[in-house]
Design a protein around this ligand. Structure first.
Ligand SMILES: [Zn+2]
Length: 305
């Protein structure tokens, strides 16, 4: 809400504020184009950020401190840098400093993106579509890995979330006698290990191929990064030289499975009878939920339901 107030203040115009849930505010502005029927463009930044674990921070996460040539803070990269940059450009059209574009220009700063968007962009599209009606939109690229040869990557496809929760059940017992108990935490830990260690299927998409080919990387490395049989070894090799690039190359060529929240038990001396792990799963373009099911059955066995 403070973000919306900040934007409204910055623009000097109220805009259209929607708040489908207390605290989940989005704000939308539209500058009419000068040519009737010309296609409209929406700038679609998000306003929210993921939570902060202060123990991992050496600077105030919400202080926006400028040091060492960077703005430091939660969301500085994802994506408030772009939210601010888009606002700075949009303001010039909104205030008439720049003449209108041929088509409408929309600035829609939305809440809830980090939680799936149902109370932000999703809600607006379902309930107030006229606010964001447009032919094209520009949204975020959270962490473009700037390629060694320089240049600005252009995002043409996105991975899709296919989050899952894996649950186990057991039989409660006393922690003093663990022998042969049915402890829900143990198979859960085992599943996490297996999901982490088993490679997911390789996908060499045309988008990845085009990106790597234009990246300026060595020809031999390009060949291996675009070969489904050699890409994993190439990523392993990249890891020593540039871990960030290796991680990014892996994410662009695989469905990824990341355990992020793990919970079982509640009392120090009780064998847990249930547990769950939340998995952040991202599909590459072209994959679907069956890809996840197939992988899970392969890794965890047919008993899964
Ligand atoms: Zn983001």
């Amino acid at each position: 809400m403070r973000s919306v107030a900040t934007l409204v203040d910055y623009f000097g115009h109220a805009g259209e504020i929607v708040e489908p849930h207390p605290g989940r505010q989005s704000v939308i502005y539209r500058v009419p184009g000068r040519v009737p029927g010309a296609p409209a463009l929406t700038l679609l930044p998000h306003l929210d950020v993921v939570p902060v674990n202060r123990a991992g921070w050496s600077r105030e996460p919400f202080g926006a401190e400028i040091a060492d040539g960077f703005v430091w803070g939660r969301g500085a990269i994802d994506m408030l840098n772009l939210t601010a940059a888009m606002a700075a450009v949009f303001k010039r059209y909104l205030t008439g400093e720049l003449p209108p574009l041929p088509g409408d220009l929309v600035y829609a700063a939305v809440a809830d993106e980090e939680a799936g968007g149902a109370l932000g962009a999703g809600w607006i599209a379902a309930n107030r579509p006229e606010l964001v009606e447009s032919e094209s939109l520009l949204t975020e690229i959270a962490t473009p890995h700037v390629i060694p040869g320089g240049g600005l990557p252009v995002t043409v496809a996105e991975k899709g979330p296919a989050w899952r929760i894996l649950r186990t059940t057991g039989t409660p017992g006393h922690g003093s006698q663990p022998y042969a108990t049915d402890n829900a935490l143990v198979p859960l830990a085992d599943a996490v290990m297996r999901l982490t260690e088993t490679p997911t299927p390789v996908v060499i998409s045309p988008e990845w191929e085009a990106f790597v080919t234009g990246s300026g990387l060595a020809e031999d490395l390009v060949a291996r990064l675009t070969d489904p049989d050699r890409v994993d070894a190439a990523i392993e090799e990249l890891r020593a030289a540039d871990l960030g690039m290796a991680r990014w190359a892996h994410a662009c060529t695989h469905m990824t499975v990341a355990p992020t929240v793990f919970a079982a038990g509640g009392k120090h001396n009780v064998i847990p009878d249930g547990g769950e792990v939340r998995l952040d799963i991202r599909l590459t373009p072209g994959q679907d939920l069956d890809t996840v099911d197939d992988h899970f059955r392969k890794v965890l066995g047919p008993d899964l339901h």
